[in-house]
Write a protein that binds this ligand. Structure first.
Ligand SMILES: [Zn+2]
Length: 180
């Protein structure tokens, strides 16, 4: 994997060790999804935008429980994480038509986890040439879309996904109901 140079992230990385509160638990507690940029709340996990994105649409999927290590994830948490990963790929493709994705977890501070106490899956859309292009203009953030614009673009697609899941859930319950 080629690493992306994202100099604006240094602000975040420098600040990270002094952060006492967990941004994921804080985001979950928020009554307003817009402020912490929460895109989707599932039963076991939720999806939110990264405030210091590598590329536009960079989002994260995290469990509702405050758990540091993915090894501790329960089966229902793992299953829904995988489902939401698929959802995120679908939504990001529809919104941004990226050429590819990087996805992964940084577990532990040495691996570069900004928030080490609460595991999260990064999903980063990629475009051919973005790694070459970004270092040149990274300091001015030309390539980076305003977070609110990204939120407004993605939220309706996740809302549509929620409605699709609800319809599927109702159909499944109807199919499971005993016939008379
Ligand atoms: Zn947490």
């Amino acid at each position: 994997m080629r690493y992306i140079s994202a100099p604006w992230r240094a602000v975040y990385v420098r600040r990270a060790p002094s952060m006492k509160r967990c941004i994921f638990c804080e985001a979950l507690k928020s009554r307003n999804d817009r402020v912490p940029a929460v895109l989707f709340r599932g039963r076991r996990n939720f999806v939110l935008l990264n405030r210091y994105p590598y590329t536009p649409g960079h989002l994260m999927i995290a469990p509702r429980r405050h758990v540091a290590d993915f090894v501790e994830a329960r089966p229902d948490e793992r299953a829904e994480l995988a489902e939401l990963f698929q959802t995120a790929l679908r939504v990001l493709r529809a919104a941004y038509a990226p050429h590819g994705f990087n996805a992964g977890m940084n577990l532990g501070p040495s691996a570069g986890a900004g928030v080490a106490g609460h595991y999260h899956l990064h999903v980063v859309p990629r475009w051919t040439g973005d790694a070459n292009f970004m270092p040149l203009i990274g300091a001015t953030k030309v390539f980076i879309e305003d977070l609110d614009t990204t939120y407004q673009r993605l939220r309706p697609l996740f809302d549509e996904e929620r409605r699709r899941r609800e319809r599927a859930g109702r159909a499944k319950r109807r199919a499971a109901a005993p016939s008379r």
